[in-house]
Design a protein around this ligand. Structure first.
Ligand code: GLN
Length: 211
C-alpha cells in the first residue's frame, strides 16, 4: 500500500511540513506520496493530513472560501488522521480566544474538544524553545519550538493531554493533545529533525504503519 499523506497547503510553513513527513515516512521504510492539498476534491484521495503553523485566521478564511473547511471537517469527523501544529491546533479547536483581543470569531474546523488561547505566551519576541517531556515518545525530551504559540487551557470528553507546560498566569497549559484520530501540538515538530512526533502520529494515531 502507498500511503498518501496530505499537507494543507493554503498558508503557513507548508514546505517544513512536507519535509518533516518525508523524513518520518522515509525512516519508517514505507511507500508513500506527499500531496499539497489546495482543492476540495483532493480531500477524498489522502490517508492523513497535517495542518501547518502560520496564521490561523488566514488559513480559516482561505479554507472557507475554497470550500475546504466544511469538507475537511467532515473527513476528520469520519476518521481522517489529522495532525495540527500551532495555527493548526487553533484550527482544530472547538473553543478559541486570543490572549489579547479575546473573542476572535474566526472560521475553525472545530473538531477537537479543546479550549485554546491564541498567543498565550505573548508575541513574536516571546518565542522560545524548551526540552519538553512527552511520555508517549519515551524518556528522551523533545526539543519543542514555540512561535507565537497557542495552548489549551482545558480539554474534555476523550481528548487526552500528552504534554503540559507551566505558565505563570494560567498554570499547567496543554501543549500536546490527542483525541482519537486527531493530534494537536502548540509547538512545531516540523521544525526539528527529531521525527518522533510525526512517527507517533503515523503509527499510533493514524495506525497506518505497524511498529
Ligand atoms: N499565533 C498564530 C495563530 O493563532 C499561530 C502561530 C504559529 O502557527 N506559529 O494563528
Amino acid at each position: 500500500m502507498v500511503i498518501v499523506a496530505g499537507v494543507l497547503a493554503l498558508q503557513g510553513d507548508i514546505e517544513e511540513h512536507v519535509q518533516a513527513l518525508d523524513r518520518a515516512l522515509r525512516e519508517l521504510g514505507v511507500d508513500y506520496r506527499i500531496v499539497l492539498v489546495k482543492k476540495v476534491d483532493q480531500l477524498s484521495k489522502i490517508d492523513l493530513i497535517t495542518i501547518p503553523g502560520g496564521e490561523s485566521t488566514t488559513i480559516g478564511f482561505v479554507s472557507r472560501r475554497t470550500g475546504i473547511l466544511d469538507k475537511l471537517k467532515e473527513r476528520i469527523e469520519n476518521g481522517l488522521p489529522t495532525l495540527g501544529t500551532c495555527a493548526g491546533m487553533v484550527m482544530m479547536a472547538k473553543e478559541v480566544r486570543d490572549a489579547v483581543v479575546g473573542e476572535t470569531s474566526q472560521p475553525l474546523l472545530g473538531v477537537m474538544d479543546i479550549s485554546v488561547i491564541r498567543n498565550v505566551f505573548g508575541r513574536q519576541r516571546e518565542s522560545f524553545e524548551v526540552d519538553l517531556k512527552i511520555p508517549v515518545l519515551g524518556n528522551q525530551p523533545f526539543r519543542a519550538v514555540f512561535i507565537r504559540a497557542p495552548a489549551a487551557v482545558r480539554c474534555w470528553n476523550d481528548a487526552q493531554p500528552l504534554a503540559t507546560l507551566r505558565h505563570e498566569r494560567y498554570g499547567d497549559l496543554i501543549v500536546m493533545v490527542r483525541q482519537r484520530n486527531m493530534l494537536a501540538c502548540a509547538f512545531h515538530p516540523e521544525l526539528v529533525l527529531d521525527t518522533r512526533v510525526h512517527r507517533y502520529f503515523i503509527c499510533e494515531v493514524a495506525g497506518l504503519v505497524q511498529r
